[in-house]
Design a protein around this ligand. Structure first.
Ligand SMILES: Nc1ncnc2c1ncn2[C@@H]1O[C@H](COP(=O)(O)OP(=O)(O)OP(=O)(O)O)[C@@H](O)[C@H]1O
Length: 786
């Protein structure tokens, strides 16, 4: 049998099989047998059988249709996992009294547990001593991480029932959109402000449950036009609710075309006809749109549309299955094009959609996406017998299709962007230019689509504070650290321009005990989703990302955006900064600049703001006052953390290069001696030689030397930084100097306590467990009901 904590196959619908499998799970494998069973409740700290515990159903995120094998996942807190040092067997102990009554099901498993009853209880002190010993259970880190990859199907009637049973989201819950889905409340809000938009009672009731009491300006302006059947180009600042501006009309159309709102009545068709196709530039945004629409559609008592999310990094077969019954398709252009190209009738159905939505339009219509978007647009509009759809009059279908285009910025497009590469260019288009550009690329059915620009003079959110910090190019890491220390417990997004910078900064920040998470396009998709989810679930975490996170990501409570590298263009500055101060909240955006970059940055930011008050107005981004004495006190730890990170990176690098060379040598049948190969052979100097030398030196450090550096860093981190008595500090009161001196609140940042709290928060129980039994109660086990 598969061990507990491993992914399980899909649940059988047959109850008997289900029960049988569950029994097997509870007792069929000697390795995971529990300890003697009594009918009395387990006492404090005593060994228990897994089936006697009060397992809680895990609320699975509303994604991915078949839950990727996570259906029926249950979890339990406060159980200690004890592995015998002698035979490696695992048993379980409760930290508190279990009140679970023996059930019929349990009796069955009692019978199955006869063998295990004979086992000797393991000593309480026999705690896991190393991460490996938790294999088979998976850290909850891992397990939680996999949940969100469950494709979403919005089946609201069922979802409603499920939600009632769902537990309240806990701090560690990994579904970033859990809040949206769980907002089923008795105290629904008054939605009279929506009434003028002419929405159905069903939609109004959903909005009320989401507690959206009034439409945002873009929603007020765009929804009636879309409902009237117009093509719309919508421009509104970041975080202003553009998703529902197109999502609500799509739902209205769905409700209108399915008056009895019962899927059964329409899925009798052999092939299901999707109604809307939504294109998104990034995978994360596609999943987020899915979550927003799912939340909207799952509030009421109606059976909502089926949503298929088609993005790279996840199983194409599963996505194809979802597509066959989807009402709404949300996808990134690359994967969507791949799926369309494989045939299976999708194109034929896509040609009959009623809505084509292009979200974050300027990005989708430029850069690397353009080719695939263009291909998709071409085939959607193609009157072509070759494309497997002889019977479709696509021009007629196209006439019926509405095209909706949304973005916070409209960029001049590929050519200008390429021309501006490396410079602070990236012209933002005015209304006329953007209209012309889009009209050319998208074949609107109306000659003049409605252009809705709800805040033509302001692209930046109102609650956004902007500033820059000047430092030498070689001190950017130190100043990043300083900025983060000035904003402890602050959900922060750090933007870089390269994947390698993300990779370099991650160990640097982690060595400094900062809760850093990574996001870039070369990460596996599951890891990408996991980072976003952890970032969303943990209030004080730091996401170090490339511009893959700049567009559209709606993570509530991002308080600070740091531009470690300067944005390459004005529109990217708008989008990056738009990750904070969303939905009328406040937030800060800080650029870290080398002296030679300051003038360019000032021009870039002034350009973005120029529209605020006409071309005469000169916005001048202020330099932030940072106490250089504190920065210099942080320097030793930052330097050491960087050295450790560089050393470990070099070692990893060396190891993988060695392996590669060794394999190549083996293939050639020659001996490989890495030292001989790396020797300073004449002619081997040149570009990158200095870096290689530094890497060699770092890689040559002994384990002991690295350990010594780590110990030194630990001791530095354990010392409180004396902030002095200067009242000067950065960014309007983020640091309470007095509290810092007293070691309270903000001061915790400097101490190791913060490190421990973070480790616990992260759920790295292996590490916590090693520190003593007291933390064992934090352990979380998972099991699957099959
Ligand atoms: N009418 C409303 N009332 C309150 N909150 C709303 C309303 N409509 C949307 N929201 C919330 O506002 C937040 C931002 O919405 P959304 O992500 O659609 O913004 P956006 O304009 O698409 O931003 P971006 O340009 O960055 O993609 C979301 O959390 C959403 O749930």
């Amino acid at each position: 049998m598969a061990p507990i904590g491993k992914k399980r196959p899909l649940p059988s619908k047959n109850a008997t099989t289900k029960a049988r499998k569950r029994q097997k799970l509870a007792g069929g494998d000697a390795d995971y047998r529990s300890t003697p069973q009594t009918s009395a409740p387990a006492t404090n700290g005593s060994k228990v059988r897994l089936d006697d515990l009060k397992w809680n159903e895990v609320a699975l995120p509303d994604r991915l249709d078949d839950y990727e094998g996570f259906f029926g996942l249950e979890e339990i807190d406060d159980v200690e996992v004890v592995r015998s040092a002698t035979d490696g067997r695992v048993s379980f102990k409760t930290a508190e009294r279990s009140t679970a009554k023996p059930t019929k099901k349990r009796k069955v498993s009692e019978g199955q547990h006869k063998d295990s009853d004979a086992q000797e209880p393991q000593p309480a002190t026999d705690t896991p001593s190393d991460g490996e010993e938790w294999e088979g259970f998976g850290s909850d880190d891992q397990d939680q991480a996999q949940q969100p990859n469950v494709p979403v199907k919005a089946a609201p009637a069922r979802a409603d029932k499920k939600q009632k049973k769902r537990r309240k989201p806990r701090d560690g819950d990994s579904n970033p959109f859990a809040g949206l889905g769980d907002e089923v409340q008795e105290d629904d809000v008054d939605t009279s402000a929506w009434e003028s938009l002419g929405l159905s009672q069903t939609t109004l009731s959903s909005l009320s449950k989401l507690k959206f009491s009034r439409p945002t300006p873009i929603q007020s302006a765009a929804i009636p036009e879309i409902l009237d059947g117009h093509d719309v180009i919508g421009k509104a600042s970041t975080g202003s609710g553009k998703t529902l501006a197109f999502g609500i009309p799509i739902l209205e159309h769905y409700l209108g075309s399915n008056p009895d709102r019962r899927k059964a009545s329409r899925v009798s068709e052999d092939i299901h006809q999707p109604q809307a196709l939504i294109l998104s530039p990034t995978r994360e945004l596609a999943h987020q749109i899915t979550a927003h629409l799912t939340a909207l559609c799952s509030q009421g008592s109606f059976d909502g549309p089926s949503i298929a999310t088609v993005t790279g990094g996840l199983s194409i077969q599963k996505q194809q299955r979802l597509l066959s019954k989807a009402d709404i398709i949300i996808g990134t252009p690359g994967r969507l094009w791949e799926v369309i190209s494989q045939g299976q009738g999708l194109l034929k159905r896509l040609q009959k959609i009623k809505f084509l939505v292009v979200d974050e339009a300027d990005r989708l219509l430029s850069e690397g996406h353009f080719k695939e978007v263009e291909e998709i647009l071409n085939v959607l509009d193609k009157d072509d017998e070759d494309v497997e759809n002889e019977d479709v009059d696509s021009s007629a279908e196209q006439q019926k299709r509405q095209t909706l285009v949304f973005s916070a910025t409209f960029h001049k497009g590929l050519q200008q962007k390429l021309a501006a590469k490396g410079k602070f260019g990236g012209e933002l288009m005015d209304k006329k230019e953007s209209m012309e550009y889009l009209l050319k690329k998208l074949r609107f059915r109306e000659e003049k689509p409605k252009f809705i620009d709800v805040n033509p003079v302001e692209q930046m959110a109102e609650g956004l504070k902007e500033g820059l910090v000047e430092c030498s190019g070689t001190e950017k890491d130190l100043y990043l650290y300083a900025l983060l220390t000035y904003h402890p417990n602050t959900r922060t997004l750090v933007f870089t321009n390269s994947i390698s910078a993300v990779r370099r900064l991650m160990p640097f920040l982690q060595n400094l005990s900062l809760p850093a998470l990574a996001l870039h396009s070369q990460m596996p998709q599951k890891a990408r989703l996991r980072s976003v989810e952890q970032f969303t679930a943990r209030p004080g975490s730091i996401l170090v990302a490339t511009d893959v996170a700049a567009r559209g990501l709606d993570i509530p409570g991002v308080q600070l955006v740091i531009h470690y590298h300067l944005p390459r263009a004005a529109d990217m500055y708008v989008h990056r900064s738009g990750r904070t101060a969303r939905a009328e909240n406040s937030g800060s955006s800080i650029l870290i600049c080398a002296p030679e970059e300051v003038a360019g940055v000032r021009r870039l930011v002034a350009k973005v703001h120029a529209r605020r008050g006409g071309s005469d107005s000169k916005y001048f981004i202020r330099s932030l006052d940072i106490d250089r004495r504190i920065v210099s006190k942080l320097k030793p730890r930052a330097t050491l953390a960087k050295k450790i990170a560089d050393t470990e990176n070099a070692k990893k690098q060396k190891k993988s290069e060695d392996n590669w060379m060794r394999e190549a040598a083996e293939d050639l049948g020659v001996d490989y001696d890495s030292e001989e190969f790396e020797g300073d052979a004449p002619g081997r100097r040149g570009r990158g030689a200095g870096r290689r030398k530094a890497e060699r030196e770092a890689g040559a450090m002994s384990k002991g030397e690295v350990q010594a550096m780590k110990a030194e860093l630990r001791s530095l981190l354990a010392q409180r930084v004396n902030a002095g008595v200067s009242p000067r500090y950065l960014t309007s009161g983020a640091v309470d100097v007095d509290a810092l001196l007293r070691g309270e609140r903000n001061g915790e940042f400097w101490a190791r306590l913060g490190d421990l709290a973070w480790r616990m928060g992260l759920g790295k129980h292996r590490k916590v467990a090693r520190q003593g039994a007291r933390y064992q109660a934090k352990s979380i086990l998972f099991r699957w009901n099959i």
